[in-house]
Design a binder for this molecule. Structure first.
Ligand SMILES: Cc1ncc(COP(=O)(O)O)c(C=O)c1O
Length: 448
């Protein structure tokens, strides 16, 4: 059974999580309520409050956090949905007001590149979901990883990657950070001896995804963090495929957790966003760098993300159910040679997945028996409900063949090295009814 996510009592203080944005946000204690007080009208503040709702109690469930965390209890004009503050700049009533702001006596908004009210509530919600002190939202997942690494690394520094990380992240390091004198090492995913051996006195960060895309390899976070701590090197986990619903890397001591919010967090295949969660102090310079890089979202996009997050936990329940059911169906299908899904026993990392994940998500990769790339593409083309597209984690099921979608321009050797087989299909199970999804996959597998 999938355990619902709870937070430790020293987890996110949403007031603190929202106070760090270039001089805006509220530092004061947040309104706090427990599950019992939620049910009681006496828990409601007597008058309008512009402080964010704090849902940090250990007994607060993920769905409750999704709906309420980070948002002001009483919003402008009493609107229940967050107003979209369509402003690129924020006015000051006088020079005195500017001085209060620049001297740090008053927290408020200044200019859209440094933050905006819609960003604050989304960041606080995401920090709460990940059990982190702070969260920084970016214009995409890639902007988030670039923003973090550009802040933390300098010429001469080194970084070690597990080699199944998202190929664009690896490309950024090997092709671009290298131009600024940063050295990237890649070691086989899950090989902790190789990870340890690749560390030098100049190593600044260890990076992995868990589970990885598209092989769904789950990394033992306890071991990963232990290697980092023993060598005094920070750790970054891209948990896009797991989401905060299924895994809590911060609880294992991971320093930075990254998500492409384009996927499950936004959840509707209608926006791009990224987020990094971690300790407030460590993220302060990262936030400063984002203000320089300018990789922020529009208030409209942020509102859309907040709206998507309201149903995040509900959607994840269905993604998890669909993923597991379809993976089991595929395992038993005569045309399927191999299934990559951490929730089935045949996956090499299923044991560690069961220990550290609460569910296994909606992404499944599988290989067809005795099929070349063309025959494999006919199965993809035969899908009637699942749509052919890159990406994952949205309400609509998506299907693709990695060989033609993301790796077409790779050499054969590189495809072999990355483990991308010609007969491989990646299916992102949406939230459709399980039986309909299985029926669609079943009829597609009949295509020759
Ligand atoms: C695991 C993972 N991390 C990061 C990213 C990059 O996110 P975005 O597309 O939002 O830039 C992706 C995109 O597919 C991804 O799959």
């Amino acid at each position: 059974m999938i355990k619902n996510m709870t937070k430790s009592s020293d987890a996110t203080d949403l007031g603190r999580a929202t106070s760090s944005n270039g001089g805006s946000g509220s530092d004061s204690a947040s309104t706090s309520f427990s599950r019992d007080s939620l049910r009681s009208s006496h828990a409601l503040p007597e008058k309008a409050s512009d402080e964010p709702v704090s849902v940090t109690k250990p007994d607060i469930g993920t769905s409750t956090q999704c709906v309420h965390a980070g948002e002001q209890r009483q919003k402008s004009e009493g609107a229940i949905a967050s107003p979209i503050y369509t402003a690129s700049t924020f006015t000051f009533e006088s020079t005195d007001a500017i001085l209060r702001f620049v001297e740090g006596d008053e927290k408020r908004e200044e200019y859209g590149r440094y933050g905006c009210p819609n960003e604050k509530s989304v960041e606080a919600k995401l920090a709460a979901l990940d059990g982190a002190e702070d969260a920084i939202v970016y214009s995409s997942g890639m902007a988030a990883i670039v923003g973090l690494l550009m802040t933390k690394l300098s010429a001469g520094d080194e970084i070690v990657f597990f080699d199944q990380c998202y190929h664009r992240s690896r490309e950024f390091c090997s092709k671009h950070l290298s131009r600024f004198g940063v050295i990237t090492h890649q070691v086989p995913t899950g090989d902790f001896d190789a990870l340890e051996s690749a560390i030098t006195p100049r190593t600044k960060m260890l990076v992995s995804e868990s589970p990885t895309n598209p092989h769904l390899t789950v990394v033992d976070l306890e071991k990963f963090v232990a290697v980092g701590k023993a060598n005094e090197v920070e750790t970054l986990i891209d948990a896009t495929l797991a989401t905060p619903y299924n895994i809590s890397p911060i609880d294992y001591g991971v320093d930075y957790v990254l998500h492409s919010a384009t996927k499950y967090l936004g959840g509707h295949n209608d926006l791009l966003a990224g987020v990094i969660c971690g300790r407030h102090e460590s993220l302060e310079p990262v936030r400063g760098m984002r203000g320089i890089l300018g990789s922020v979202n529009s208030p409209q996009n942020l509102y859309q993300l907040e709206r998507g997050l309201k149903t995040f936990a509900l959607r994840m329940q269905r993604h998890n159910e669909n993923g597991l059911a379809v993976a089991r169906f595929l395992e038993a299908h005569p045309r399927v040679a191999r299934v990559y899904y951490p929730g089935v026993d045949s996956h090499p990392t299923s044991e560690i997945a069961k220990q550290q994940m609460r569910g296994f998500g909606g992404l499944i990769t599988f290989e067809l028996k005795d099929a070349d790339w063309k025959q494999t593409s006919r199965v993809v083309d035969a899908a009637q409900m699942a749509r052919i597209a890159p990406s994952l984690g949205g309400v609509e099921s998506l299907i693709e063949q990695p060989y033609v979608m993301s790796y077409y321009n790779c050499s054969v050797e590189d495809r072999r090295r990355f483990g991308i087989a010609d007969n491989m299909i990646r299916l992102s199970c949406g939230i459709e009814d399980t039986a309909d999804l299985i029926a669609d996959v079943d009829q597609a597998l009949a295509a020759k």
